[in-house]
Ligand binder design. Structure first.
Ligand SMILES: NC(=O)c1ccc[n+]([C@@H]2O[C@H](COP(=O)([O-])OP(=O)(O)OC[C@H]3O[C@@H](n4cnc5c(N)ncnc54)[C@H](O)[C@@H]3O)[C@@H](O)[C@H]2O)c1
Length: 339
């Protein structure tokens, strides 16, 4: 199968490319490298001994994107490309809507024109907004608290309408919870630009000495230890979820828009993650509790029943493995791909 992977040079994309090459998929990656390095794909090629066709291009460049469809016949698209920093989206909403929503519209229009009607979309647990009830099922009400989340939700609405308009479309929207960790080789991992937005890259940078301490945003939530609780999922488990989604799209007779949670179903607090990371790395993580961050929810974790039923997929890796693999990546590449 020949798959177009938008945003395939990024964190989740590169890990998914690796798993797909191991399963003998043919891949074309289309990425503007705005938040990634080509080195990630070079390392994926080294690890797998297989080639990835790479095209540097932007989803907002319609001519270039169309050329890709003129030159190749795709069986499906995995659509990772997007901007993902919540705080930045509040400051630059137009850039986020343009890149994420318009970029996706461009992609969908060209897919329709070239009759490629299977897509796996990178959605997020952020489309559940502030959870009313836990765990979150795919039927939980959707809302958002920031432009990034709204861009994901708007794309889901577009995908739903598209699926309703034409029964040939098969669309799986994977709602990721909190992806962390790295490939066990330590060759590829998360390489954030500037100050990390996510917990584990921040902890890793403190452990390796790039930052003095971790800020914990509030320890007065009504959770077991007062800190926020999230459903962390190993990025390799997440990558395998995409393979399961592709298989589901080719095997099953079912069509339409299918949202699926990708999480472990377990919630861990920030203090628990720090402890697990300290154990995995042998380093002490100094931290300071500061005031709550606006828009953060106390607790968020998935009901994963449907993912197993629909895809036969389940996350397997423990938080010990998540922390050990994140540490291996960070300690061997202290400056990410620039190391
Ligand atoms: N990492 C997370 O915590 C998380 C959680 C939920 C959902 N997601 C979603 O998953 C997807 C992948 O996330 P990631 O963590 O790998 O992010 P990432 O930034 O590492 O990867 C995204 C990739 O898309 C590329 N890109 C961005 N805009 C583009 C455009 N207009 N044209 C072409 N390429 C473009 C970037 O250069 C990058 O390589 C994103 O859509 C993100 O919103 C991520």
């Amino acid at each position: 199968m020949n798959i177009l992977v938008t945003g395939g040079a990024g964190y989740i994309g590169s890990h998914t490319c690796l798993e797909m090459l191991n399963e003998n998929y043919k891949l074309v990656v289309y990425d503007n490298l705005s938040n990634s390095s080509l080195d990630a794909l070079k390392r994926v090629e080294k690890l797998t001994g297989k080639e990835v066709k790479f095209i540097e291009g932007d989803l907002l460049n319609v001519e270039k994107l169309e050329q890709v469809f003129q030159n190749e016949r795709f069986d499906a698209v995995i659509h990772f490309a997007g901007l993902k920093a919540v705080g930045e989206s509040v400051e630059k909403p137009l850039e986020y809507y343009d890149n994420n929503v318009v970029g996706t519209l461009n992609l969908l229009k060209i897919m329709q024109k070239y009759n490629v009607k299977k897509i796996v979309f990178s959605s997020s647990a952020t489309v559940y907004g502030v959870p009313e009830k836990l765990p979150l099922t795919e039927e939980s009400p959707r809302s958002t608290t920031n432009p990034y989340g709204t861009s994901k939700l708007v794309i889901e609405y577009i995908l739903e309408d598209l699926a309703k308009s034409d029964p040939e479309w098969k669309i799986i929207s994977l709602r990721y919870f909190n992806p962390v960790g790295a490939h066990k080789s330590g060759e590829i991992g998360e390489d954030p630009n500037g100050i990390p937005n996510n917990l584990l890259p921040f902890i890793s940078q403190v452990a390796v000495g790039l930052r003095d301490k971790l800020n914990i945003f509030g320890d007065d939530y009504s959770t077991k230890d007062g800190t926020g609780i999230r459903d962390y999922i190993h990025v390799v488990d997440l990558a395998k979820g995409h393979l399961a989604a592709l298989k589901c799209m080719t095997d099953a007779t079912e069509k339409g828009f299918i949202p699926i949670n990708l999480g472990t179903g377990n919630g861990y607090s920030i203090l628990e993650m720090i402890k697990a990371f300290e154990k995995a790395s042998g380093k002490t993580i100094p931290y300071e509790v500061v005031k709550r961050r606006e828009g953060d929810v106390a607790e968020c974790f998935a009901d994963t029943t449907y993912a197993y039923k629909k895809l036969g997929w389940k996350a397997k890796k423990s938080i010990e493995e998540m922390c050990a693999d994140a540490w291996k990546w960070q300690s061997t590449n202290p400056d990410g791909y620039r190391s």
